[in-house]
Design a protein around this ligand. Structure first.
Ligand code: UDP
Ligand code: MN
Length: 377
């Protein structure tokens, strides 16, 4: 073979090698790409699983904590069996073999709400205040709780009987501001509640505005089968009185101001019956010679040894209403108003002219529920 022929063969052989190398390189690239894609898919999948476990099962997770608190409040022990399940939720490692993570998720999802129909709302009023104080209530918050709100008064008033759809109750108590008359009304409010199948008793004065959805939402965090006395004191320290029965012993207790409103769970109200039902609320009030709300505190805190749970969202006119921040109004449960000499203590909110809406309840109502028919749009 000539030298030229050798050279041709060499060039052809060289080309063949280049071609094989390129093929090998291409195959390798495809393989690497494929492996990388599989890795990516796997990673994203496994991350999802881990974050899911974090949400549902991590012991320090806020969700678990708040769920546990809610569950403790809502479920009485007999419903839950025992507290082991709660322990298990805190420490998922100890979840018993027959309680799979799926079941835990099911429990955390369980809705536990109180509805408006579980409430009994009583408003203390008197014949002198019907025309002055009731119309604004009837126009505003009563509309959101018509069926569960009752007015406890001291006369038969046909006009308001109609306007409230028969929800005026004549207590036949005296129409004075005396301690006895006020305890008499509270006594009838209490007895009327006991006769219902409602889970919560909430008392208000006729100068209160009640943020109904907020109240319902708030109560749904508490179990009415447990003893709950929810309200706000108006004094800085517990009240101290002398118990004349027991060799002038000092008695200290907190009470929720009636003018801010307060709520009692059914369980607690039932326990109060021996000292509060069938008119006994009046004799207990007479014994300590103090007003209705103080008597309530005496019975619950001192006689039954059940503590008041302070709820800051209840407001009486003993506090300056203007200090409730506008962006906090929605979270509050009750408001009030008063006039001291020429000065009004009212919620600070824009809206209707003060001439037409002196106590600011109309404006407050439109702020909270702007869809209301009479509210400007
Ligand atoms: N009240 C009553 N009989 C009276 C005076 C007042 O039942 O003779 C009621 C009134 O309707 C209100 C509560 O007691 O629900 C408190 O009355 P008010 O706001 O006039 O006085 P406060 O105690 O708040 O200063
Ligand atoms: Mn008042």
């Amino acid at each position: 073979m000539s030298r030229d022929g050798e050279q041709v063969i060499f060039i052809v052989e060289n080309d063949k090698m280049h071609f094989r190398n390129r093929k090998l390189l291409q195959t390798l690239t495809v393989a690497v790409l494929l492996a990388y894609t599989i890795l990516l898919v796997y990673q994203s999948f496994s991350t999802g699983v881990i974050s899911h476990e974090n949400i549902e099962l991590h012991p320090n997770d806020e969700k678990i904590k708040s769920f546990r608190q809610r569950l403790q409040r809502h479920l009485s022990r007999d419903q839950l069996g025992d507290s082991d399940h709660l322990q298990n939720l805190e420490n998922p490692a100890t979840i018993s073999p027959n309680l799979s993570p799926g079941e835990v998720t099911q429990v955390t999802m369980r809705p536990f709400t109180t509805s408006l129909n579980d409430l009994f709302i009583s408003v203390k009023t008197t014949k002198h205040f019907h025309k002055e104080r009731l119309p604004i209530i009837l126009k505003t918050w009563f509309q959101l709780a018509k069926d569960v709100t009752w007015f406890f008064t001291d006369t038969n008033d046909e006009e308001f009987h109609k306007m409230t759809n028969g929800h005026m109750i004549n207590t036949n108590c005296s129409s004075s501001h005396s301690r006895k008359a006020l305890c008499c009304k509270m006594s009838v409010e209490f007895d009327t509640f006991i006769e219902t199948d409602k889970k919560w008793f909430c008392h208000f004065d006729d100068d209160n505005y009640v943020n109904i959805p907020r109240l319902v939402d708030f109560l749904s965090d508490y179990n009415p089968r447990e003893d709950w006395y929810l309200g706000k004191p108006s004094i800085q320290a517990p009240l101290e009185i002398i118990n004349k029965d027991k060799s002038s012993q000092k008695v200290k207790f907190w009470f929720a101001t009636g003018g801010a409103g307060f709520c009692l769970s059914k369980a607690l109200a039932l326990k109060m019956m021996p000292v509060a039902s069938g008119g006994k609320f009046i004799s207990t009030g007479e014994k300590i010679r103090l007003p209705d709300d103080v008597t309530m505190g005496y019975i619950i805190e001192h006689l039954l040894k059940k503590p008041l749970t302070v709820v800051d969202q209840f407001h009486s006119h003993l506090e300056p209403m203007k200090f409730i921040r506008r962006d906090m109004l929605k979270d509050q449960i009750s408001f009030s108003y008063s006039k001291n000499k020429e000065e009004w203590n009212v919620v600070k909110i824009e809206g209707f002219d003060a001439k037409y809406d002196t106590n600011r309840f109309l404006s407050l109502h439109c702020f909270l529920f702007p869809e209301t028919r009479f509210c400007p749009r």
